[in-house]
Design a binder for this molecule. Structure first.
Ligand SMILES: *Cc1c(COP(=O)(O)O)cnc(C)c1O
Ligand code: SF4
Length: 330
């Protein structure tokens, strides 16, 4: 295989310093050569490159993940699903990452402890493997971990969260697919924020995953100056659905230290959601959610209920028209 399309080659040749390119370099800068080739898109560049702006506002652990960490690297917040922070490594570092301020004291992940814990939690049906990027692991190591998790009787499925399709699509190699095939159902949840991330290589990689029988959903972070625009998001979500990827979540940018410049007001976000809701099919429409302290995800929708009198609701439809609806009697 030629070097550029080999993921190990990409990792080996990743840039840790971009100051020679006239960009701001930080301690955690990491850019794959593939990602660098997309930097003519400002919407991509600005997701990965720091500015000189000082911004100390925000929370260190905005999702209170420490509180829900049950054993090393395992977060259990919702009853029926647990999340594994498999690694603190990524192929490229997003500036708005909500876990980025915790990586220094990341304690690692203990497979033995996680298996023990999951065995004791029979209500857990689903395990999310996240990070960092779990695909930074070698195929065999990842398959070995998944095999152990899947051997627990009450675990019905695995979800792998990755950013690889946007920053290193060559990671989706034939050998990765072969390594994961025995452990279906595995769902992929990909992190993508802008239509510019959908390249031919992205399309090839996502097609390979889906054709091999792994469903794919997407998660997007709403980012000021990058994708806080109904037209951009419409293009993104419609393109994803054409590629057979279901837009799943649009997240408000978490209140992590340094994220203020990316955050969008809820009021503005709901306007965008309202516009999208009226203009694209339900299939293209993700849930808009914000994470609030130790309370988890709160899903938000523009309010459609204007009032309720006796048994009659007054609703506002997608055109802004008022409609009356007689509620059920019992
Ligand atoms: C988001 C999240 C999940 C998954 O939630 P879904 O709504 O099923 O996607 C699980 N655990 C934690 C800790 C999370 O933050
Ligand atoms: S890929 Fe995910 S974990 Fe890694 S830096 Fe980006 S948001 Fe954070």
């Amino acid at each position: 295989m030629d070097g550029f399309k080999d993921w190990h080659w990409q990792v080996k040749h990743s840039l840790k310093n971009v100051s020679s390119l006239g960009l701001v370099s930080t301690e955690d800068t990491l850019v794959t050569p593939y990602l660098l080739s997309l930097f003519q898109s400002k919407a991509i560049l600005n997701q990965f490159i720091e500015t000189n702006e000082k911004d100390e506002k925000g929370l260190k652990d905005p999702l209170y993940e420490k509180k829900f960490t049950k054993v090393k690297g395992l977060i259990h917040r919702y009853p029926d699903r647990a999340l594994i922070v498999l690694t603190n490594k990524c192929f490229a570092n997003c500036r708005f990452c909500f876990r980025k301020n915790n990586w220094d004291n990341y304690e690692g992940f203990s497979l033995k402890k996680a298996i023990e814990y999951l065995n004791s939690q029979t209500q857990v049906r689903e395990v999310l493997i996240s990070g960092g990027d779990p695909l930074t692991f070698e195929d065999k190591s990842l398959a070995n971990i998944i095999e152990k998790i899947r051997s627990i009787k009450h675990i019905e499925l695995i979800r792998i969260a990755t950013r690889a399709l946007s920053v290193l699509p060559y990671r989706i190699s034939d050998s990765l697919i072969e390594a994961l095939k025995p452990y279906k159902p595995i769902w992929f949840s990909i992190h993508i924020n802008h239509p510019d991330e959908i390249t031919d290589d992205f399309i090839e990689a996502s097609g390979k995953i889906i054709d091999s029988g792994f469903p794919v959903v997407s998660q997007t972070v709403l980012l000021r100056g990058i994708n806080d625009d109904a037209f951009i998001l419409k293009e993104l979500f419609c393109k994803l659905v054409r590629l057979r990827i279901k837009p799943y979540y649009l997240f408000g940018c978490d209140r992590a230290v340094g994220n203020e410049r990316f955050r969008v007001k809820i009021e503005d976000a709901l306007k965008i959601i309202g516009l999208l809701r009226n203009n694209i099919s339900g299939l293209c429409m993700p849930f808009f959610a914000v994470d609030v302290d130790d309370g988890g995800k709160i899903i938000l929708e523009p309010n459609r209920i204007i009032s309720k009198k006796d048994n009659i609701y007054t609703f506002k439809n997608f055109e802004g028209r008022q409609l009356y609806y007689e509620d059920a009697k019992y």
